[in-house]
Design a protein around this ligand. Structure first.
Ligand SMILES: O=S([O-])[O-]
Length: 295
């Protein structure tokens, strides 16, 4: 048997993109070339790796067994290709995924410090919501996730990381800002600007705040933190958001924070696939994240 790296690259890309067309585009290959590489691989392994459903290719159990191994071989070959190109001793690309607040407020500083310490510079940062980051980790599109939503997935290693403080914020002239000793009951019948399903920020609201309210409505649903802040400063509703993300808007007096007698601590999480090949670079980055303090 003579499996080529190119076949493995095609296999991994099809697993991630789910169609031959999208994989071909990503790889700058023709569709027939992608189909042929994949069917050759399946023939050599004597196993189908995908379930075909119309044009979609959904990875099956055999494919799932192959994916971590193929990912490892490609990572090692990438490390060999870059062996003499980089300044420091670490080779390869580090693909980091972060949820919205973590990715905008924390990860850039983490990467700055990591670059200073390791001299490694070949990193990408993908920012989306927690659910999307998990999805990309499951498909080996990312090496590590740093997220704000609680994750339970048997294939992912989930470790507590940094802590965050959530706050409830509203327009500076909102009637709630006039109430002394504000209680949660004062928030009955309130209108909320919320993040989309799959975000850790929405999950925090749904787990910690909304069960304590009898009546509330969603006035807006948006998928970025900055848009949420702008909606609140346009007085379209109140929100529950990370203090880190909203401090600048509070300082600019575009929004105000409501103080409530409520535990608003939240945990960030560090995630990686349990079968992910841990190159020296990934190992070092994991250790770096685990001991890093954000000041
Ligand atoms: O981007 S979040 O809130 O998972």
């Amino acid at each position: 048997m003579n499996i080529a790296l190119k076949q493995l690259k095609v296999f991994v890309t099809v697993a991630q993109e789910k169609t031959i067309t999208a994989a071909a585009e990503k790889l700058f290959l023709s569709k027939p070339a992608v189909s042929m590489a994949l069917s050759e691989l399946e023939k050599q392994l004597d196993h189908k790796l995908f379930d075909r459903n119309n044009n979609r290719l959904i990875i099956n159990e055999q494919g799932k067994r192959l994916l971590p191994l193929a990912d490892e071989l490609l990572a090692r070959s990438n490390a060999i290709e870059n062996l003499f190109d980089q300044a420091g001793p670490l080779t390869g690309k580090l693909k980091v995924g972060s949820s919205d607040t973590v990715g905008n407020q924390v990860t850039p500083f983490l990467l700055r410090d990591f670059r200073l310490e390791s001299l490694h510079r070949n990193q990408t940062l993908f920012i989306s919501n927690t659910a999307q980051i998990c999805h990309k980790l499951m498909e080996f599109e990312l090496d590590i996730g740093l997220v704000e939503g609680k994750v339970q997935h048997s294939d992912l290693v989930v470790q507590p990381w940094l802590c965050d403080q959530m706050v409830i914020a509203c327009h500076p002239q909102h009637p709630l800002t006039k109430i002394k000793n504000l209680q949660l009951s004062d928030l009955e019948n309130s209108e909320w600007v919320l993040r989309e399903i799959g975000s850790g920020t929405r999950e925090f609201f749904l787990n910690r705040i909304s069960p304590r309210l009898d009546k509330w409505t969603t006035s807006f649903e948006l998928n970025t933190t900055e848009a949420i802040i702008n909606c609140v400063s346009a007085d379209l509703g109140i929100t529950c958001i990370s203090q880190r993300a909203i401090t600048h808007a509070v300082e600019e007096q575009r929004v105000a924070i409501l103080t409530l007698p409520l535990d608003m601590n939240r945990q960030y999480w560090l995630l990686y696939h349990q079968e992910k090949y841990q190159s020296p670079l990934l190992k070092l980055f994991l250790e770096f994240c685990q001991q890093w303090q954000f000041d």
